[in-house]
Design a protein around this ligand. Structure first.
Ligand code: HEC
Length: 313
């Protein structure tokens, strides 16, 4: 009797269908995350000590980089300049999941940059976009090789977007990890209890190809997976990161003013001592208004962090 039960349970264990996370079909969120983050696997040679180098850039195009024709609505493109490693599912397109792989290969033409071609492709640089089509009656998002399909080169694409429409999302996600934001914030709303305050929980397929995932530790602050849907203001984010007490009087969040670096947007040295002295007067009621938060320089760490935060929709 006991032997039979044991035998049966062993048979069930051995023959139970295995669960393979990589076979989850990629959602559009997964494609956006992966193409904007790039080859994002934590500590590795391509990204020494989380400095956020060798990363793709996300751009919003209102004109075609090749023909100059207006694009309405604007198109989001993911620019891999020469030397930037290809993201995981370009290396392993099979992991995109049923349908998304087929469409990315046939309509999206990613074959020439994926699989064993990925290192040659990263040496010359590639631009990606995301397309939508039907597969077996189901609407799926897939990856398009815009360099092949539309003749967009990384250089021309960055020039067409300009700095104003370029987002450092990949570097910003690295900042989330490097600055330890995950100590207080999660990127994982939970079923029902968080539904109204923080938005819907993610789908399994949203994580396809993401490594590392950044769920966060236990939660001491709001979940920020959808933060840009409730607050998309760059100005609010600047004030809140420079000193959270400017917008939330009793905030326990640390200030991240050091992510501005030494110089502001105009190349002038930021006088942090003066700023803090004036802020103290404001906090003590000796000034009506707090001092103004400096505009950040285009290559500052805070720019990347805010670009990433505002991509969390
Ligand atoms: C010590 C805990 C703590 C740390 C560390 C922390 N935060 Fe916060 N954060 C909070 C709290 C608490 C709030 C709620 C508003 C407030 O009090 O400022 C908040 C609010 C926010 C918001 C607005 C959330 C909303 O719902 O509107 C964003 C965005 C944010 N933090 C991003 C970050 C990022 C990015 C980092 C890392 C650079 C970070 N935080 C580090 C505690 C923290």
């Amino acid at each position: 009797m006991v032997g039979g039960a044991l035998g049966l349970s062993m048979i069930i264990t051995m023959f139970m269908p295995s669960f393979d996370l990589r076979s989850a079909v990629s959602t559009r969120v997964a494609l956006e995350k992966q193409l904007s983050a790039g080859y994002d696997v934590g500590f590795m040679y391509a990204d020494p000590l989380l400095l956020g180098v060798n990363r793709p850039l996300t751009v919003i195009l209102d004109k075609d980089p090749k023909t100059g024709a207006p694009l309405d609505p604007p198109v989001t493109a993911y620019v891999y300049q020469p030397g930037v490693p290809m993201p995981p599912n370009i290396r392993h397109p099979h992991d995109l999941g049923k349908g998304v792989e087929d469409l990315s290969m046939s309509k999206g033409q990613i074959g020439s940059v994926s699989g064993s071609n990925h290192s040659a492709a990263s040496a010359r640089g590639v631009v990606f976009t995301i397309g939508v089509d039907e597969f077996n009656g189901e609407e799926l998002s897939y990856i398009e090789n815009a360099s092949e399909l539309r003749g967009w080169t990384p250089e021309a694409t960055l020039a067409a977007a300009g700095d104003k429409n370029t987002r450092y999302i990949s570097k910003g996600k690295t900042e989330f990890v490097a600055q330890g934001c995950w100590w207080c914030h999660t990127l994982l709303p939970e079923q029902t209890q968080d539904w109204q305050a923080f938005g819907a929980p993610p789908y399994l397929g949203d994580f396809n190809g993401e490594s590392p995932t950044a769920f966060g530790s236990d939660r001491k602050a709001p979940d920020i997976l959808h933060v840009a849907s409730r607050n998309g203001s760059r100005e609010w984010m600047m004030m809140h990161f420079f000193n959270p007490r400017l917008v939330q009087v009793n905030s326990i969040m640390p200030r991240y003013d050091y992510l501005w670096g030494d110089k502001d947007a105009n190349g002038n040295t930021i006088d942090f001592d003066k700023w803090r002295a004036e802020y103290r007067e404001y906090a003590e009621g000796k000034r009506t208004y707090p001092p103004e938060v400096p505009d950040y320089a285009p290559n500052s760490e805070i720019r990347a962090l805010i670009d990433w935060v505002l991509s969390l929709k």
